[in-house]
Write a protein that binds this ligand. Structure first.
Ligand code: SF4
Length: 362
């Protein structure tokens, strides 16, 4: 969160930056601190004391691999080992599988883990703060074949679907999910409700996430070519449509329309996260409040009408907090509640969102 002010400090003392990534500011701070201490890991520790917000980093020197994670653990970071003893660090455990490494454990919030000639050394001086893993990692960001904080992401998404079926039941003929992260939740909804699961969409693999596209035109085009309905699954059926979130509403509106054009009799939308109403200060690129549909509109019914669905229900915040199940993981859920695990500096633009409109149940 304080990357801009740290960067300015470095620039005022002669630092020249080559890009705009926050990572460069972190590296610059580590290099500055390294000039004052004898070991890189000590420079990392001193840097972490200056950084505010979310980061999970891996750093290489000529002789060491150093992994470090912010004291709240907003983003995941884990380490593993290949059969020949090589250590691997990754943001997600699925990357360990890809190189034949076994997951050893998550790197703890605030921990600095150093892999060097002396073996593996853990510096835990900054551990012990309030844990606040981004709940969106389970809902949307992470791959379902990853395991975070001991909970498989796939299992957390199935659980989200089960909770959603309990909180937002509806009579229907088929449950379908919006690929990719809506699929697991749709399976969970189907198992809990007893409504058969169906494959409703074919996804174009060669186009990215539409809400990250920089302009409205590009997002609209992205949605159009991203998904194609499998009409046979939905024709003349009452459809439960599961997606992981509604951000601006344009994608959802388009998808509901596609289903109706393919012959769906009713479309009941269920969202495996609570309404997105507040900004994220921890790395998720969210549009301004006036573009977030749950900020613009007062009630779930109004949102349902805008996207053209027969009904709509979101996962409750309480259920989202139970996604990790038995692991009892503590989450950040700031973009749903407006309550953040750490104080947000004024210059981060929080005031734009200070008086959000509460979303009323239907
Ligand atoms: S505000 Fe939302 S998206 Fe950002 S870290 Fe918290 S839960 Fe994740």
């Amino acid at each position: 969160m304080n990357a801009r002010s740290l960067r300015t400090q470095h620039e005022l003392s002669g630092g020249i930056f080559h890009g705009t990534a926050d990572t460069e500011t972190i590296v610059y701070t580590i290099v500055s601190e390294r000039l004052k201490v004898s070991a890189t890991e000590e420079a990392v520790h001193r840097t972490m004391r200056q950084l505010q917000g979310a980061y999970s980093c891996v750093l290489m020197t000529a002789t060491k691999l150093i992994a470090f994670r912010d004291p709240n653990g907003f983003r995941p970071l884990c380490c593993g080992q290949t059969p020949d003893g090589t250590y691997v660090v990754s943001s997600e455990s699925c990357a360990l599988d890809a190189v034949g490494a076994k997951l050893i454990r998550d790197i703890d919030p605030g921990e600095i883990l150093v892999f060097g000639k002396e073996g593996v050394v853990s510096d835990r001086r900054l551990c012990g703060g309030a844990r606040a893993l981004c709940v969106f990692e389970y809902i949307y960001f992470a791959r379902p074949d990853s395991v975070i904080e001991g909970t498989p992401v796939h299992r957390a998404r199935l659980r989200a679907g089960r909770f959603l079926a309990q909180e937002g039941p509806v009579e229907a003929d088929v449950v379908i999910g919006v690929p990719d992260s809506g699929i697991d939740a749709a399976l969970g909804y189907s198992r809990q409700s007893g409504i058969p699961y169906g494959v409703g969409f074919l996804k174009n693999k060669y186009i990215g996430r539409s809400f990250i596209a920089p302009s409205q035109d590009m997002r609209e085009t992205a949605v159009k070519i991203k998904l194609n309905v499998i009409a046979d699954t939905v024709r003349d059926k009452r459809v439960v449509l599961i997606d992981d979130s509604i951000v601006r509403g344009t994608t959802s509106e388009r998808i509901v329309r596609l289903l109706r054009e393919a012959g769906a009799k009713e479309v009941h939308m269920r969202i495996s996260s609570p309404p997105f109403r507040f900004p994220c200060f921890f790395g998720t690129d969210v549009d301004s409040a006036e573009n977030l549909i749950a900020c613009r509109l007062h009630s779930v019914k109004e949102i349902a009408d805008e996207i053209g669905a027969d009904s709509l229900a979101y996962l409750s915040v309480e259920a989202a907090r139970r996604l990790a199940g038995e692991q009892g993981c503590s989450f950040c859920d700031g973009c749903f509640t407006g309550k953040y695990p750490i104080d947000i500096p004024e210059d981060q633009g929080k005031s734009r969102f200070e008086q959000p409109i509460p979303v009323q149940p239907e």
